[in-house]
Design a protein around this ligand. Structure first.
Ligand code: MG
Length: 161
């Protein structure tokens, strides 16, 4: 049985106004994230982890920010598309682990909602973990300039070739 792993990373700068969306969940906060899409760093890191495991390049190749089709894109819809690519290639998502790194807001109260939202976008139930950390006040995250996320994905071949 073939297994593949992939890694994903994303970061976005906070912008005044706008809505903070993480894992498809709107989270109350004073500022949103500057981006071509909804700036959902967690979704974007997960998408890159899945594409990495598929050997299918990266999020910029599949959803170029020069393409008006993806302007103000809902990232969970991009995730749904990438999961369908994995299924078409004969893979299922066996596990995703992820980290969102930010000083504010506190994300622990929102983790279960994020997991439900990502499951609704096509990640198999019970196959995702989300961790939230601060950066101990160091660097751009520590200064509150933005948010970063990391993810790994394990894909397993869904049929025997
Ligand atoms: Mg991004």
């Amino acid at each position: 049985m073939s297994m593949r792993i992939g890694i994903g990373y994303d970061s976005h700068r906070f912008s005044t106004g706008g809505q903070l969306v993480l894992g498809g969940v709107a989270i109350p906060h004073a500022c949103g994230l500057k981006a071509h899409s909804d700036g959902d760093v967690l979704c974007h890191a997960i998408i890159d982890a899945i594409l990495g495991a598929l050997g299918a390049g990266d999020i910029g190749r599949h959803f170029p920010d020069t393409d008006p089709r993806w302007r103000d894109a809902v990232s969970t819809e991009l995730l749904r598309h990438v999961i369908s690519l994995a299924q078409t290639a004969g893979f299922v998502i066996s596990w995703i682990d992820s980290i969102v790194i930010t000083e504010q807001p506190k994300l622990a109260p929102h983790i279960e909602a994020m997991k439900s939202s990502l499951t609704a976008a096509g990640i198999p139930p019970g196959c995702i973990n989300i961790k939230a950390k601060t950066n101990e006040k160091m660097g751009f995250i520590g200064r509150g300039e933005g948010i970063a996320a990391q993810a790994v994905c394990l894909l397993t071949q869904s049929f025997r070739g």
